[in-house]
Design a protein around this ligand. Structure first.
Ligand code: WTA
Length: 663
């Protein structure tokens, strides 16, 4: 593990971080209208949740969600296993759809969708309910039963959300795989989840290009994922695809004749809602398991209080549904609240770098949630681009996925928010299901670069490796000390990995087990958290999580590569970039062509998000006596820093100097 105090020292060199004297209290007008109106309100809620968490969550669960049957017990905590709302029965698709139909929201826009080529659709709650019910029946006709897993590999089109909600409706856990992952990566995930059906599209539009998806599914199924019996294909791009008789079906053919009558399955609160794969520091990506009741409640409450949703708002989260942010804050959280959730297929691209602002202007977006990497690329493009659009509808901004540097925060506040919108910097993870540390926009005075304070019910702390609390501003490991409703329940098919990854690195704090987040943080004298980054071998490339080991296995699977070691290096736009050290097999020699080929090989194995920025060929890699590669030094070499630390752990320290010379 990286030592957090080294990170603090590094951070202190960046002058801007120390300008934390800048305080941004919410305006009185914003607070007056907000769900949580003042610091006192937040502190009261926080204290109430801390004193009696079960009563706190039970009251909200009763008020905010529809239950077919009430729970007998709020929490059963047998570390590391938590169960919430035991014997409670509900269905998240019912909470996202059916319950709005008896209100005026029946004809309210649930999803506003804009395609990259400029086509668009608005789907009301009534219409969405109908489509979801029909597709749920389609899945049933394909033999999908409660408990069967369904893979979803889609572009950002409404059918992705429809497929997710349809799975939830019949109790079939979905496993959404980001459309940017390659056939290989898709196959691994479908195999691990033992998916029975895959829902995909012929392709999608991204950066003015057609991205094929169905052909990737075909490749994935050619040599594996034999559990998949049927493939359902949405026609999006109309590019030709091969349809295999008896296996592949067109979505529109099936939907046309499907009945719209499909009552929501009665689900137990602890029934699995979905599996979502994410990168860890070792081995293959792990299937993070989320269940129904706690996840529904927590995403509902965080959406309501953090994004301060009003019924008149147009809310836009720019994430992809293939990531947890898309699950919790495009689909489930907003729809459970009866909000209007905007979905955009495109990304900023050379032909229209201002496309996000066109969408904000066109739909009068009020709440906008994006990633720091996107903000940094907007800064680079120049403020004339957003300035040329009318962004006055915006009233609240958010960020997620990686630390935001204070200057990017200031730019976002000034240029996009017109100096008047609060910014919620939300810290959380695939595993946490929902936002954990965040401002509440009507209550919290923000400081650029800080995710501020924990959400009510979240007991966060910063500790050393033995679990002792560290002093103010000293770096330490971020831990969560009490279970929360949307916490991951396990790693799919791998309870040992669940235990080892999250519950063993810090065995206990004050004698109790704690959740280890894998991030380092410091807490200032006001109790504000400053997240510093991962302490394991997980990288964060443009807000996307990638494990060093995953990348190394991809490289080593190329015949030329003998050994590979991958580290992250600071990158102005992406936050971090991938830097790979590679030694070659005897009969290969280093060349630019080979470097290019290896980069492409990683893209084929994992996907374009994993393309290494640099491949450095090396004669040897620094190793310990037991043969372990020492990534700590490689990180310093890749970043062009001086090599600091005890070099005697490396068998042949001259290897380090040789690597240095080559940079
Ligand atoms: C990082 C994304 C700093 C962190 C929701 C975490 C952040 C990882 C922030 C999870 C933030 C996320 N400030 N760092 N506001 N939000 N991170 O699973 O390192 O894709 O552990 O979930 O992103 O990434 P994941």
């Amino acid at each position: 593990m990286v030592n957090p105090s080294e990170q603090v020292n590094k951070e202190k060199n960046i002058e801007s971080v120390l300008q934390e004297a800048r305080l941004f209290p919410p305006s009185p007008e914003f607070s007056a209208d907000a769900h949580i109106k003042s610091l006192q309100d937040y502190e009261q809620l926080y204290a109430k949740a801390k004193t009696d968490p079960q009563a706190f969550w039970a009251e909200l669960a009763e008020q905010e969600l529809h239950w077919f049957q009430k729970w007998d017990q709020v929490l059963n905590w047998q570390p590391p296993t938590a169960q919430w709302f035991i014997n409670g029965k509900l269905n998240i698709s019912y909470n996202c759809l059916d319950r709005h139909l008896t209100t005026w929201r029946r004809n309210k826009a649930a999803i506003i969708w804009e395609g990259e080529p400029g086509d668009s659709r608005t789907i009301t709650y009534g219409e969405l309910h109908r489509e979801v019910c029909q597709f749920a029946n389609v899945l049933k006709d394909m033999g999908v039963k409660k408990g069967d897993r369904v893979g979803i590999y889609m572009p950002m089109i409404p059918e992705a959300a429809i497929a997710m909600l349809a799975c939830a409706r019949i109790g079939a856990p979905h496993s959404v795989v980001f459309g940017g992952f390659s056939a290989e990566a898709l196959r691994d995930r479908l195999e691990d989840a033992q998916a029975k059906v895959v829902v995909t599209a012929d392709g999608g539009f991204r950066k003015d290009k057609v991205v094929p998806l169905k052909s990737e599914v075909d490749k994935a199924l050619e040599h594996g994922a034999s559990s998949v019996e049927k493939v359902i294909v949405v026609e999006r791009t109309k590019e030709p695809v091969t349809m295999k008789e008896g296996r592949d079906y067109w979505w529109h053919d099936l939907q046309k004749t499907a009945s719209a009558d499909c009552p929501a399955e009665i689900m137990d609160s602890e029934d699995t809602l979905f599996i979502l794969y994410t990168s860890g520091s070792t081995g293959k990506p792990k299937g993070v398991v989320h269940t129904t009741g706690g996840y529904n409640l927590y995403t509902h409450m965080t959406t309501k209080w953090i994004f301060d949703l009003k019924d008149t708002d147009v809310y836009w989260c720019t994430a992809d549904v293939g990531w947890i942010t898309g699950h919790s804050y495009i689909v489930y959280g907003p729809l459970s609240n009866g909000a209007t959730s905007l979905m955009y297929e495109g990304v900023p691209r050379p032909s229209n770098p201002g496309c996000f602002w066109d969408v904000v202007e066109k739909y009068g977006v009020n709440v906008f949630y994006t990633a720091p990497t996107a903000i940094r690329s907007f800064i680079q493009q120049g403020e004339h681009i957003p300035n040329a659009r009318n962004l006055s509808s915006l009233r609240l901004l958010g960020t997620v996925g990686e630390p935001i540097n204070p200057e990017a925060w200031m730019w976002y506040h000034r240029v996009i928010g017109g100096g008047k919108c609060p910014i919620v910097d939300t810290w959380w993870q695939t595993e946490t299901g929902g936002v954990m540390i965040t401002p509440l926009p009507g209550a919290t005075t923000t400081k650029p670069g800080s995710a501020t304070r924990p959400f009510p019910g979240i007991i966060a702390d910063v500790v050393d490796k033995d679990g002792n609390a560290v002093p103010d501003n000293a770096g330490g490991y971020l831990v969560i000390k009490h279970p929360w409703p949307s916490m991951l329940r396990t790693v799919y098919n791998n309870p040992e990995r669940f235990q080892k990854t999250y519950w063993e690195p810090i065995t206990s704090v004050e004698g109790k087990p704690v959740y280890f987040a894998g991030d380092s943080a410091r807490r200032d004298k006001d109790g504000y958290f400053w997240i510093m980054g991962r302490v394991d071998d997980v990288m964060n490339i443009s807000g996307h999580r990638l494990g060093s080991m995953e990348l190394e296995s991809a490289l080593v699977s190329h015949p030329a590569v003998a050994e590979a070691s991958v580290v992250g290096v600071p990158h102005e736009i992406k936050g971090e970039d991938i830097y790979a050290f590679v030694t070659l097999e005897n009969n290969y020699s280093a060349s630019d062509e080979l470097a290019k080929e290896l980069k492409q090989h990683v893209v084929t194995e994992i996907g374009a998000i994993a393309r290494p920025g640099t491949i450095q060929f090396a004669e040897a890699l620094p190793k310990t006596r037991s043969g372990k590669i020492v990534r700590r030094f490689l990180r310093q070499i890749a970043a062009g820093e001086d090599i600091v630390g005890d070099k005697s752990t490396v068998v042949d320290p001259s290897v380090l100097d040789k690597l240095r010379e080559k940079v």
